[in-house]
Ligand binder design. Structure first.
Ligand SMILES: CC(C)(COP(=O)(O)OP(=O)(O)OC[C@H]1O[C@@H](n2cnc3c(N)ncnc32)[C@H](O)[C@@H]1OP(=O)(O)O)[C@@H](O)C(=O)NCCC(=O)NCCS
Length: 295
């Protein structure tokens, strides 16, 4: 009898994977056809597949974000092979892979509407770190000619970092830089420097003091909008910062500004005052895997 095997996906797997991903959800479309080929071609992504007679019947992706952390996503099991332990098989394979390359932290996102997945992870005992939601606003078309934001560079690094770690305005224990489709990465000095070098960091300076910053990020699905990957600043300037980002987006030719923000009152108030709308009532829970290795 043939058995389930696990291996890395190859380009010839795209067709059979997309064939079963047509039926991932009952009432909505899967986005996998928009990203799968790019992901398999990118060596930074590890797309693992479970195969039967070398044909994929389940998949999961792991991205190594740094020496410390990895991000897991896109768990999909062909409907014909569900409830046979394939998600568990992929998890234990992922865990073994991460322990082999010494990456200790694995995180992932589950939407609050995915009841089955929530049941599965509560049994696993994984820890929920925070809840996020996606917000968007129109880029500001009635813009004034002045934009208060300036593009920051490496010489601003010390000011940026001291703003980021200033205790009084830390809104949460852990801050992430986010991308869409959701992917969260811990904000570190190295990451900030990379973003500075890429020209992606914008600051609000008033009275010669840096009071707020935003980092532009990207979406795997489209480059048409302006994506906010990180936003931080003194509470009283967060609304201004968001409004200024809408102006900046317009000047860059983008019509929409979008971002994933932690669900808390400080961000919630600033976002609504800046005319951002929460576009999905589902919460995106960010979890940390307990990374138990089962043999
Ligand atoms: C969620 C999903 C990945 C589960 O995959 P699977 O291979 O069928 O799951 P497994 O067979 O490994 O089962 C894992 C556990 O969930 C339970 N389970 C799986 N499907 C279940 C169902 N429909 N109802 C109740 N329990 C279920 C299993 O009994 C098992 O429990 P146990 O740990 O107590 O033994 C699969 O249903 C799927 O592809 N769903 C759509 C995509 C999705 O939701 N992906 C996750 C995005 S975050």
């Amino acid at each position: 009898m043939t058995e389930f095997q696990i291996r890395l996906a190859k380009i010839s797997d795209v067709e059979p994977i997309l064939a079963f991903c047509q039926y991932t959800w009952e009432n909505q479309k899967d986005y996998m056809h928009l990203v799968l080929e790019k992901r398999i071609n990118n060596p930074e992504n590890k797309v693992f597949v479970v195969t039967l007679d070398d044909i994929p019947v389940a998949m999961q992706q792991v991205v190594i974000l740094s020496k410390q952390e990895a991000w897991r996503s896109s768990l999909r099991v062909d409907r014909r092979y569900r409830r046979r332990g394939l998600s568990k098989l992929l998890d234990s394979h992922t865990n073994k892979y991460l322990s082999k390359i010494n990456v200790p932290i694995l995180r992932y996102c589950v939407l609050s509407e995915n009841e089955l997945m929530l049941k599965i992870i509560s049994r696993r005992g994984d820890k929920k770190l925070d809840s996020y939601s996606v917000y968007k606003a129109d880029a500001d078309t009635v813009t004034s000619y002045t934009n208060q934001l300036i593009q920051l560079d490496l010489k601003h690094f010390d000011d940026i970092w001291s703003l980021m770690i200033r205790k009084k305005i830390l809104y949460k224990k852990k801050s992430f830089y986010t991308q869409l489709i959701p992917k969260c990465q811990t904000i570190t000095p190295e990451l900030v420097k990379d973003c500075l070098l890429g020209g992606k960091v914008f600051g609000l300076i008033q009275n010669e003091r840096l009071r707020g910053i935003a980092i532009q990020s990207y979406s795997e699905l489209s480059e048409e909008e302006f994506y906010i990957g990180y936003l931080h600043g003194e509470p009283e300037i967060l609304t201004v910062l968001l409004c200024e980002l809408c102006k900046l987006a317009y000047s860059l030719g983008k019509s929409v500004v979008r971002g994933i923000f932690p669900l808390n009152d400080i961000f919630g108030d600033a976002l609504s005052q800046a005319a951002f709308q929460r576009i999905d009532q589902a919460e995106a829970g960010i979890y940390r895997s307990s990374l138990k290795i089962k043999n």
